[in-house]
Design a protein around this ligand. Structure first.
Ligand code: GTP
Ligand code: MG
Length: 452
């Protein structure tokens, strides 16, 4: 068939929130509902992402979505493990995600990673809605499998529904404390100005139709122009993770947000020291839904278009960094593409000083977020890198003149065993945490202690 050279790509939806608040369960529910609707085959399982086509969205959402109202192809959901920072999901010019779902457990309310996610959504100006999850755990709840929220609300006793309301208003209050004007989603007129809160249960599926309907509405209304891409053009993406894969060596999991990547393409990837130029050996996609739960087995594909998640096997990837750009060369000058990747890396680069602390982080995006936060706290940085805390970081930290700067702040990273030993003998203090502001607080407390 003939291809429309520009077409609307699938909007990328990041699912974020505190550990255990139900991000993965929510995506499982959407996938599971598709299985029940007999649409399992229509959903493609990607690397760290799930593509849900429009007709599946509309069959799950029922009356709430009329597919004729939409010309977007569907939604691509990206799950972010609670311990792993959403900051990986960056692309040129900000957030990789077009929109986001912030999942909050109605009983547990706002927690450190909820706040951290909000902070990143604010900085990147990503439009989002809040899924107030686990409504089925309100004592006395009368579950109605897969029901839209208004129908199940009506089926609850006054006591139960007012208990839910209390929790929901607490969440709305918390959002307002963070300067977001929020309300229950059916009261929101303008989703650009107000954050909609959607009560859901990932367990019973209640409210999931509403959630999908709101997401489609949001992306159609506000994102359409940004969704126009050249589907046949050379692919552009972001590295989600760098991983060893049996039989393939070091591979990268990427989210492609523009163009196409082919199994015989030359690519340029952001590396630790310089851009890596390499040839794709294989494009690997997880096998369909049924198998994905048990083990990750892959299917080789010849090409894939944005938006999508894909594992790329290629030589020379050992120095690739999570959060770094990936660009397909194809018919362009290699030098030009290398320059583009260098420019993108320079955009993310952290300004360092003569004296300061050493910062390590799991991804380029989180390194950038750490640097921002340390800048605000007026803590100078001498060295900032992606990767675990290694002996040479201890050496750098040990040269600091001020005792308070003999410190390493590691976000979402490990301290290598030999580095730990070295830190002790060199009198360097290593702080690690999975929440940025907690990490900085710990360091500040330590400095206060030293200066007392
Ligand atoms: P991380 O990936 O570790 O950050 O967690 P997550 O946010 O993906 O949470 P996950 O989906 O793994 O759910 C955590 C726990 O909460 C699991 O035991 C789920 O079964 C449970 N859970 C999730 N959603 C619901 C819900 O709507 N109702 C009830 N009752 N339990 C839920
Ligand atoms: Mg999860």
């Amino acid at each position: 068939g003939s291809h429309d050279p520009t077409s609307l790509r699938t909007p990328i939806v990041a699912v974020l929130g505190h550990v255990d608040h139900g991000k993965t369960s929510l995506l499982d529910k959407i996938r599971g509902s598709a299985v029940i609707e007999g649409e399992a085959g229509a959903i493609t399982q990607h690397i760290g992402a799930t593509a849900v086509p429009l007709d599946v969205v509309s069959s799950i959402a029922g009356d709430l979505v009329n597919p004729d109202d939409f010309d977007l192809p569907g939604l691509l959901f990206i799950d972010t493990p609670g311990h792993h920072s959403f900051t990986t999901l960056r692309s040129r010019g900000g957030a990789l995600a077009d929109i986001a779902i912030l999942v909050v457990d109605v009983n547990d309310g706002f927690q450190p990673q909820t706040l951290e996610a909000l902070d990143i959504l604010k900085r990147s100006q990503t439009p989002f809605i809040v899924a107030a999850n686990k409504i089925d755990t309100v004592p006395g709840w009368n579950p109605n499998e897969d029901s839209p929220i208004n129908a199940t609300y009506e089926a609850q006793s006054d006591r139960v529904s007012s208990r839910l309301d209390e929790s929901l208003y607490e969440i709305i209050g918390n959002l307002s404390d963070e300067d977001f004007s929020a309300d229950l989603y059916w009261r929101v007129q303008n989703f650009q100005r107000n954050v909609g809160v959607v009560p859901v249960s990932a367990m019973t599926g209640e409210g999931v139709p509403d959630l999908l309907a709101v997401m489609m509405g949001l992306s159609q209304r506000y994102m359409k122009e940004e969704m126009e891409i050249d589907v046949q053009g050379p692919g552009v993406g972001t590295v989600l993770e760098v991983k060893e894969e049996k039989g393939f060596g070091t591979t990268i999991d990427i989210v492609l947000y523009d163009g196409t990547i082919k199994a015989d393409d030359q690519i340029v990837v952001g590396g630790m020291n310089k851009p890596i130029v390499t040839d794709v050996r294989a494009l690997l996609q997880p096998r369909p839904l049924a198998e994905i739960r048990t083990e990750s087995r892959f299917e080789k594909v010849d090409e894939i278009s944005a938006a999508s998640g894909i594992k790329v096997a290629a030589p020379e990837l050992a120095d690739a960094m999570a959060g770094a750009p990936v660009r397909v060369v194809r018919n362009r000058e290699l030098d030009e593409v290398v320059e583009e990747v260098e420019a993108e890396l320079a955009d993310i680069a952290v300004d360092t000083e003569e004296q300061g602390v050493v910062v390590k982080a799991d991804t380029l995006g989180s390194l950038e977020a750490m640097a921002d936060a340390l800048g605000e706290a007026e803590v100078p940085i001498v060295r900032a890198e992606v990767g675990d805390v290694a002996p040479r970081d201890i050496s750098v930290a040990s040269t600091a003149e001020e005792p308070k700067q003999r410190a390493i702040l590691g976000f979402n990273v490990e301290t290598l065993a030999d580095a730990e030993q070295r830190a002790e003998t060199e009198d360097v203090t290593v702080f690690t945490d999975e929440v940025i502001y907690q990490l900085i607080e710990e360091y500040e407390e330590y400095v206060d202690e030293l200066e007392r």
